[in-house]
Design a protein around this ligand. Structure first.
Ligand SMILES: C[S@@+](CC[C@H](N)C(=O)[O-])C[C@H]1O[C@@H](n2cnc3c(N)ncnc32)[C@H](O)[C@@H]1O
Length: 453
């Protein structure tokens, strides 16, 4: 058992922790996207926040969900891992995602009625359009008008021009929206393959040139990608349950779904909330949103994405915003957790004044738990009695102040009505920064919090 866990035990006199040693299945990569990166359909869009499709397969089996009858719910659907596996396995599903750019990508993974002939017609149409279009003489000036600087730095001008023609042709063609969305997803997913800059996660490094991409032709790479995606659909369809299932994917906010998800409509919840202070989900899609012409700068991305998501990163916070005080309902209903957090927030408030970056970890922590409280309450409402909700998540230690998110979420669950909670610790995290003097030395972990209704 890790040092952290012992501290948590003391803190809350809590004795229901299963360590990885006691678990027969290796779950250490459950919270990562590694398996999904190599799997048909799951692999299309590299969502660093995504989790392993094998984890979903396991939970469906272990919880004994009934094929063709039962329903699984994911309140943080992301790239749709839970819902796709559910469809393959013959389980109905509901998913909610608030990121406006990721949502249509996930929707396109559910377009299983794909027809090879239609795909070929559209690919031919795009190729024809590229042949007919002559590049402007002053190509750089032209591209300068069309894109923000980041995009200009990430692509060879000729490649970028071809990608632009592909983008515009998809938007202009007179075809069904679901098919156009499939083609758009293909284009979004190919951008980092043909970029000449280092576009890996977490940061885009426009000044670091990737030689391997210099010889890649935009359209050829795109065409291969679309054909591969079509093949993926055929293969996943062939390996799937043959009967009818329903999959309700909502673009919405899982803090309150009462308008569109009925009480007691799910037999199981399997999800992974944003981790406190881990990713800025908006930043992950910056390159893609700039290229698609739906954002041009940080403010656009903040307005369109950061403001719509639950609080989990300091980039979402403005210190003038009055909403960052603990909710009264949360304070009353979860007083033990509130008291612990209030202490931690006060420490963070003082610490920030001693640091150069003056990060708003204090307000971020308040916002995070206000939001998670609402979401767990909403999840409780949606879940049928005697069912379970599983949350894969990591703890956090901003400025070295340890916030045991997993235990706190478990405690919140019990305070709002769940019968009990268990923790399964999947792996330790944070070791790779251990020699960085700028960073705290608290070892972190990734766990599954299991709430029993
Ligand atoms: C850890 S990721 C989940 C990824 C998912 N398991 C997958 O495999 O792709 C958390 C997701 O929650 C989404 N999110 C954040 N706030 C939300 C909210 N209020 N309602 C719904 N989704 C939200 C983020 O955009 C992100 O996609």
């Amino acid at each position: 058992m890790s040092k952290n866990t012992n501290e948590q035990l003391e803190l809350f006199e809590f004795d229901s922790i299963e360590t990885i040693d006691k678990i027969k299945v290796d779950k250490s990569e459950w919270g990562t996207f590694k398996d999904s990166l190599r799997a048909p359909v799951h692999s299309w869009f590299t969502y660093p926040a995504g989790f392993s499709f094998k984890a979903v397969e396991h939970t469906i089996e272990e919880s004994g969900l009934k094929v063709g009858i039962d329903t699984i719910y994911d309140p943080f659907m992301g790239s749709g891992t839970t819902n796709i596996v559910a469809r393959v396995k013959g389980i109905n599903s509901i998913g909610v995602e608030a990121h406006p750019f990721v949502f249509p990508i996930t929707q396109s993974k559910f377009y299983w009625e794909i027809d090879y002939n239609e795909v070929k017609i559209i690919l031919d149409l795009i190729e024809q359009k590229l042949k007919e279009t002559t590049r402007p003489e002053k190509l750089l000036e032209f591209l300068n008008q069309a894109f923000p600087e980041l995009i200009l730095k990430c692509f060879l001008p000729e490649t970028l021009f071809d990608l632009l023609i592909i983008r515009n042709t998809i938007n202009e063609i007179d075809f069904r929206e679901d098919l156009k969305n499939f083609f758009r997803t293909g284009l979004i997913c190919v951008l980092r393959d043909v970029s000449i800059a280092a576009t890996g996660w977490p940061y885009i490094a426009p000044n670091k040139v990737k030689i391997t991409s210099k010889s890649k032709n935009g359209f050829d790479t795109y065409k291969k990608r679309i054909i591969k995606m079509t093949g993926d659909i055929v293969s996943i369809k062939n390996s799937s349950y043959r009967g009818e299932t329903t999959h309700q994917l909502f673009f919405g906010d899982s803090r309150d779904t009462s308008e569109f998800i009925a009480n007691e409509s799910a037999d199981h919840i399997f999800t992974s909330p944003p981790y406190l202070n881990n990713f800025d989900y908006a930043d992950r899609t910056r390159l893609e949103m700039y290229f698609m012409g739906i954002a041009n700068n940080w403010t656009d991305i903040s307005n369109q994405v950061r403001k719509k998501l639950m609080t989990s990163a300091t980039t979402q916070i403005s210190r003038n915003d009055e909403k960052y005080t603990f909710d009264e309902d949360f304070k009353n209903e979860c007083s033990e957790v509130y008291e612990f957090l209030n202490d931690a927030v006060n420490k963070l408030k003082e610490l920030r004044l001693t640091k150069g970056g003056k990060k708003s970890y204090d307000l971020m922590t308040i916002g995070y738990f206000n939001d998670m409280y609402k979401i767990i309450k909403d999840n409780f409402r949606i879940l049928k009695p005697n069912s379970k909700a599983l949350y894969i998540l990591g703890d956090s230690a901003p400025y070295g102040v340890h916030i045991p998110t997993d235990v706190l979420i478990g405690k919140i669950g019990v305070a709002i009505g769940f019968k009990d909670f268990k923790l399964q610790i999947l792996r330790e995290r944070g070791g790779k920064w251990k020699n960085n003097p700028q960073r705290h030395s608290v070892m972190l972990q990734e766990s599954v919090v299991i709430l029993q209704k």
